[in-house]
Write a new protein. Structure first.
Length: 156
């Protein structure tokens, strides 16, 4: 049996000096995203996709943002934990794919490193691509970053 899950995450730019982390990669010289954890939109979208496909709720149910335990946590670690939850219920990640929507920074130079980080944590292949906003909507005004992910799971 196979199941598909979809995930979504969005974060505004932070007003402090936190680092920008996308797909487990730090982007020096860029303002970070506002969030309880490291605000890694890619990892968060993938977590929601794999948890949803396995019928395990979402990131907020499993890693609540009102818990001090997850304050400034590394989202790659959360992805690893989510993948373990999925495996514990008899599901395996066949693959996941994530689209990052942002004008800055460019995703392509860090794509391979992101995919390696995410695949290692997920225990299955994860691909990432970047898309620009072309000036449309709130993101086109430079208000933050969005990520959309899908994951395919197989029951074993």
């Amino acid at each position: 049996m196979m199941r598909i899950g979809q995930g979504y995450d969005a974060h505004r730019w932070a007003d402090d000096d936190r680092p920008l982390v996308i797909g487990g990669v730090r982007f020096p010289g860029y303002t970070g995203l506002d969030g309880h954890s490291d605000a890694d939109v890619v990892a968060h979208a993938i977590i929601d996709a794999v948890l949803g496909a396995a019928g395990l709720g979402d990131i907020g149910q499993n890693f609540p943002d009102d818990s001090g335990e997850f304050d400034q946590v590394n989202s790659i670690d959360l992805l690893e934990q989510a993948a373990q939850l999925v495996q514990d219920t008899g599901w395996w990640i066949v693959n996941a794919d994530c689209t990052v929507i942002t004008d800055e920074p460019q995703i392509a130079p860090a794509k391979e490193e992101m995919e390696a980080n995410l695949s290692r944590a997920a225990g299955g292949p994860v691909t990432v691509c970047g898309k620009r906003t072309e000036g449309i909507g709130a993101l086109g005004r430079g208000e933050g970053i969005v990520a959309i992910a899908v994951a395919l799971l197989e029951q074993r």
